[in-house]
Design a binder for this molecule. Structure first.
Ligand code: FES
Ligand code: FE2
Length: 414
């Protein structure tokens, strides 16, 4: 087949059916991006951090969902709660640090309170307003602290201690029900004993958040990962299945990784998570784009925060068992970072892949077809994970992924 002229390039490839490609405007169109924030990110459960990052009462972490600033704090009752990080007085962001503790006094606030530095209003760990500066002088008995508590957000700690927040008070189900069984494959491994974050870094990448989802979801690109080819391309690897769950989530089934095939690496058997067979590797792609990835001795979690149609922040966490001895932790960190650290054998290659896609799909770029039409009986190089995801995306957006300017129709090709 020769290279194609403009008309040929834009022709629908007759052999593939709608549902076996997406239109690149879903990765580049500013209106679609805005709509995703409203229709998806403001409506569903989003993991924002891990409970081990707030180990003590008064510890907090800030983040954002769909541009809304969020703060999670651990109360004196040890419960983690989430609030909008917005002052009810004049809309100042209450806490600007990424993390810390309210136990000690701040320059303009008392200990054990969240204090808005702008005019000094204070709030307790349950989000109640505890003090309005010169309250009665200005508001007499018209407005009292009972009237101006923080905006409380739905918050659950589940699946190995991740903190999930939802901006939608009317969300129809809790995280467990929303996950629809997709966590079962690693449930025992992550829920038998407490986990702890030992690694955090973030990357801001010039690409659409869904392209990061896609690269986590499809394994065909293991051709790009030399380490994965050497330690993985065998019969067991090609028998790995992709399994779709309700609500757009997907599992990638396990197989035995042969770490010792790669020079300088060794078996990860001794530090396997509880109940997890040696050197196994399960993955969960969680709608709308979060990822949980357990390679025997280390759990990785990717949380995506879309920053624009062509920009995403990805927060990478590595987790081990809280009970690790210093030596076990050292080995676990080595296992994690040698593959998934910024200088590991895998992660940066994925980032190069999606950054390359991002640079061809800038806002305003000509619409193109992005193919995901591989069918291999749902085995590892079948692209059913992406098809499953985009069918769900189409329902939430009421747009057809193959033709996003048309209303959603169930894809023929899943
Ligand atoms: S804006 Fe927060 S106290 Fe005024
Ligand atoms: Fe990859």
């Amino acid at each position: 087949m020769p290279a194609r002229n403009h008309r040929q390039w834009n022709d629908v490839p007759g052999v593939l059916k709608p549902g076996e490609w997406v239109d690149s405007r879903i990765y580049s169109d500013p209106d679609i991006y805005e709509e995703e924030l409203e229709k998806i990110f403001k409506k569903v459960w989003i993991p924002v951090c891990h409970e081990s990052e707030l180990p003590e009462p008064y510890d907090f972490r800030t983040s954002s969902i769909a541009r809304e600033p969020v703060i999670v704090v651990r109360g004196t009752d040890n419960q983690i709660r989430a609030f909008l990080n917005v002052c009810p007085h004049r809309g100042m962001m209450i806490e600007r640090r990424p993390s810390g503790s309210f136990k000690e006094a701040q320059p303009s606030g008392n200990p054990k309170h969240m204090t808005c530095m702008f005019h000094g209003w204070m709030f307790d760990m349950k989000g109640n307003c505890a003090f309005i500066t010169r309250g009665e002088d200005g508001y007499q008995d018209r407005l009292k602290k009972e009237n101006v508590g923080l905006r409380r957000l739905r918050c659950e700690v589940v699946f190995g201690g991740f903190v999930w927040v939802c901006l939608n008070d009317q969300v129809p189900s809790g995280v467990e029900e929303w996950a629809a069984g997709c966590f079962d494959c690693i449930r025992e491994a992550v829920d038998t004993e407490p986990l702890e974050v030992f690694h955090y870094h973030k990357a801001i990448i010039g690409t659409n958040y869904k392209l990061w989802h896609d690269t986590n979801s499809e394994f065909y690109h293991d051709y790009m990962h030399y380490h994965n080819r050497v330690t993985g391309f065998n019969d067991e690897y090609f028998a790995r299945k992709n399994v779709g769950f309700p609500n757009g989530h997907v599992n990638v089934n396990s197989f035995t990784v042969k770490y010792e095939e790669y020079e300088g690496f060794e078996s990860r058997e001794t530090l396997s998570f509880p109940g997890f067979p040696p050197n196994q590797w399960y993955m969960i792609d969680f709608f709308p784009g979060m990822n949980f990835n357990l390679r025997g001795s280390a759990l990785r979690c990717d949380i995506v925060t879309p920053l624009g149609p062509d920009k995403v922040m990805i927060e990478f966490r590595g987790l081990g068992l809280k009970s690790d001895t210093p030596e076990e932790r050292r080995i676990r960190i080595d296992h994690h970072n040698s593959i998934w650290g910024p200088f590991g054998r895998n992660l940066h290659e994925d980032l190069i892949g999606v950054a390359g896609q991002g640079s061809t799909m800038l806002p305003g770029s000509e619409p193109r077809r992005i193919l995901h039409g591989r069918h291999e009986d749902e085995f590892i190089h079948d692209e059913i994970g992406m098809r499953h995801f985009y069918d769900e995306w189409g329902k939430w957006m009421d747009r057809s992924p193959s033709n996003p300017m048309e209303k959603y129709m169930a894809a023929a090709a899943e």
